[in-house]
Design a protein around this ligand. Structure first.
Ligand code: DGY
Length: 327
């Protein structure tokens, strides 16, 4: 039989999640949650984590040395995200804190959003819609909102992990695109053949791509990997899409490049200081913006939360000793 609530190990969920999935945690743990879905400061998170052996959090919360040192009882961090750049993995490893995340379940949904942004940016959908809503449409014109073709063009992908490969499949099979990619290491030849994709250097990628999609994890090594010099090296009419993490693109440099016509268009789902946006982006032309909704279909968000719940239960174990180091 389940132990009484008072004896159960305590876990914290930092944001409001689906109640039926949260209930699975309550079968094993005393769950402290955030029904108001408030965004906690670092200090508030530190306070809320008191006595918790498990933490289920999102990419919006930082798990750093200060938090870990304040909570030596913490055993598991279950991130409701595939990206782990909000967590100091080295500090967790040094303290024997297990870290889990939610890969795979969001690949196709995130690739869908990448393609939506690519199509919307290349074909100027946001600008065209704003024009209609303003009541500015008075006549059809031959070059009105004439953008760049996506079908039959060259798709560049920076970061060829699982989401990158899902983007490649959409481009090659759905839109007859030639696919080039850059990744630290090339895929095995059979995988390249199946995807119809070819490894190129980073410089080659910038030079060849008509449309470039960024799908690599954020790390100090990928900080501003697309900055002024890289934007200048892209084709003049090219489209840039970032569905990975803010900070991979230098947002100020991108705004300048769009303003100057260095590249043709861009679509961004992630930003350097989100939820704040660089003010220059709001004024930049040919730019489609979405608020970090890459994995945001209801089915995929449920799959992510379900997996994060399972990960937390599996990593902590069940019963009154859950999360206690073995004697
Ligand atoms: C992820 O899973 O990393 C998404 O970006 C949501 O944070």
């Amino acid at each position: 039989a389940a132990p009484p609530t008072s004896e159960r190990p305590r876990v914290l969920i930092t944001r409001r999640v689906f109640q039926d999935l949260q209930a699975r945690l309550a079968e094993h743990f005393e769950v402290r949650d955030n029904p108001a879905d408030a965004v906690w400061s670092g200090a508030e998170l530190r306070e809320q984590l008191a006595g918790c052996v498990g933490l289920m959090c999102t990419a919006g919360e930082r798990v750093d040395v200060a938090l870990l040192d304040a909570h030596p009882q913490l055993r598991v961090v279950s991130n409701i995200a595939v990206g782990l750049n909000n967590i100091d993995l080295r500090a967790c490893a040094a303290r024997d804190v297990t870290v889990t995340h939610t890969p795979d379940v969001l690949n196709e949904t995130t690739a869908d959003l990448g393609f939506a942004l690519l199509l919307a940016a290349a074909r100027k959908l946001s600008e065209a819609e704003r024009y209609l809503r303003r009541g500015d449409w008075s006549k059809w014109a031959i070059d009105q909102f004439a953008g760049a073709d996506v079908h039959g063009s060259t798709l560049g992908i920076l970061g060829m992990g699982r989401i990158g490969q899902a983007i490649a499949r959409r481009g090659a099979l759905g839109f007859g695109m030639k696919v080039v990619y850059h990744n630290r290491s090339p895929l095995p030849a059979e995988a390249e053949q199946a995807l119809g994709a070819r490894w190129v250097t980073k410089d080659g990628l910038l030079a060849e791509a008509d449309h470039l999609v960024l799908v690599l994890p954020y790390s100090p090594a990928s900080h501003h990997i697309i900055g002024a010099a890289e934007l200048a090296a892209m084709k003049p009419g090219a489209t840039l899409v970032n569905i990975a993490r803010g900070g991979i693109v230098d947002d100020a440099a991108l705004a300048r490049a769009l303003e100057a016509g260095t590249i043709g268009a861009a679509g961004l789902d992630v930003f350097e200081n989100e939820p704040a946006l660089h003010p220059a982006l709001l004024a930049a032309p040919n730019l489609v913006l979405t608020p970090h909704i890459g994995s945001g279909s209801m089915a995929t968000r449920r799959a992510m939360v379900g997996l994060a719940v399972d990960n937390l239960i599996a990593a902590l174990g069940c019963g009154p000793d859950a999360g206690r180091p073995p004697a």
